[in-house]
Design a protein. Structure first.
Ligand SMILES: [Zn+2]
Length: 47
């Protein structure tokens, strides 16, 4: 997970951006394990 200076968090695997640390971590864990994205998690990503 990458923490941006503007307070956002990036999933290392899929590069989606989140405003929440816990969600970004959850996304990264999922992406790494399943090699795909979980819609329930990615719908919280910031466009
Ligand atoms: Zn991800």
């Amino acid at each position: 997970m990458v923490i941006l200076s503007n307070g956002y968090y990036i999933c290392d695997e899929c590069k989606l951006k989140y405003g929440d640390n816990a969600l970004a971590q959850k996304c990264e864990n999922w992406c790494r394990k399943h090699k795909s994205c979980n819609l329930e998690i990615t719908k919280h990503a910031i466009k």
